[in-house]
Design a protein around this ligand. Structure first.
Ligand code: SF4
Ligand code: SF4
Length: 301
């Protein structure tokens, strides 16, 4: 089983549209939406949930009012201002769960063992059926963190599912950026395809994400989306990639059909046979060839 992850230095580069098109072109894939902070692959692939599970991302403190002697030590030691003292409406010390980071300092200082740390359900994760194959995906609660841990969980579940069902490709919509979730997305993948766009910020973000893939020894390749909106910048990005021994697998042109496909809830491949669709078909062929090649030197290592 091969694992292909599609990532971008930031959101809004068209990464998910490309993943949805790849899903339409692949045979026998398992899909994983690891862009958990802004999951939107489901809008195109229309998952039918088969299994729903809670995601426990950490712990949060809770005060047992009967054991609290109101000494205030928990409030004094909490660096996150998560302890709410008694007021006119609530006679006891309480924890604000949205502010609590679960560090456990209050529990350590409480003289009466009136504080307990309990599992915190930060979201839900799912195994679903789609018209392209099974998908593992998630919903993170509003303002909840630990998305790196959730990404690791989703990838593990997707790999296990691929193994159980004998599927030969895990196609992952990765997290944007270079933070913890994207590190959790790429480590151990067979190939990271970076989607960028021909802008100054796109060029800068590409440099950062390529450095990250090098650091974690993940082979990577690039595609430039909407390449014709700034051909000079696209050429500069391609030249810099070549200088770093990074393969640029496609220049995808701007195409109104991409937006139309999104509005129709379809992948571009299903919706159009226009220029962007053709470029993505070629990108898919090049990506598959690289994924199935033993050569990992294209990441410049
Ligand atoms: S666990 Fe940490 S963050 Fe939460 S209330 Fe206690 S001291 Fe504050
Ligand atoms: S440290 Fe313990 S006893 Fe003191 S106010 Fe907090 S919960 Fe109550």
């Amino acid at each position: 089983m091969k694992e292909l992850i599609v990532i971008s230095g930031k959101g809004g580069t068209g990464k998910t549209s490309i993943v949805a098109s790849f899903a339409a072109l692949a045979s026998n894939p398992v899909l994983a939406d690891c862009d958990v902070d802004a999951a939107d692959l489901h809008l195109v692939v229309e998952p039918r949930v088969r299994q729903e599970n809670p995601f426990v991302g950490g712990v949060k403190a809770r005060i047992l009012p009967d054991m609290c002697v109101e000494c205030g030590q928990c409030r004094d030691h909490c660096r996150f201002d998560a302890v709410i003292p008694p007021d006119g409406q609530n006679p006891s010390f309480r924890i604000d769960p949205s502010a609590c980071e679960g560090c456990g300092v209050c529990e350590r200082f409480c003289p009466t063992e009136a504080i307990v740390l309990e599992d915190a359900v930060n979201g839900r994760w799912f195994i679903s059926d789609t018209r392209f194959g099974p998908m593992v995906h998630a919903e993170l609660g509003i303002a909840e963190e630990n998305s790196g841990k959730l990404v690791s969980l989703l990838r593990k579940q997707a790999r296990d599912l691929a193994g159980r069902q004998g599927r030969n490709l895990l196609l992952v919509d990765g997290s944007p950026g270079i933070g913890c979730p994207v590190i959790a997305s790429i480590t151990g993948a067979d190939l990271a395809l970076v989607v960028t766009e021909p802008t100054l910020s796109g060029r800068h973000d590409l440099q950062r994400i390529v450095e990250l893939t090098r650091h974690f020894n993940v082979p990577c390749a690039v595609c430039i989306n909407k390449a014709d909106i700034n051909p000079e910048m696209a050429a500069q990005i391609a030249a810099e990639a070549a200088a770093g021994s990074i393969s640029v697998l496609a220049h995808i042109p701007y195409d109104n059909a991409v937006t139309q496909a999104q509005m129709a809830g379809r992948s571009l491949i299903e919706h159009s046979d226009g220029p962007a669709s053709q470029a993505i078909r070629q990108l898919w062929d090049h990506t598959l060839a690289m994924l199935n090649s033993e050569d990992t030197s294209a990441n410049g290592q």
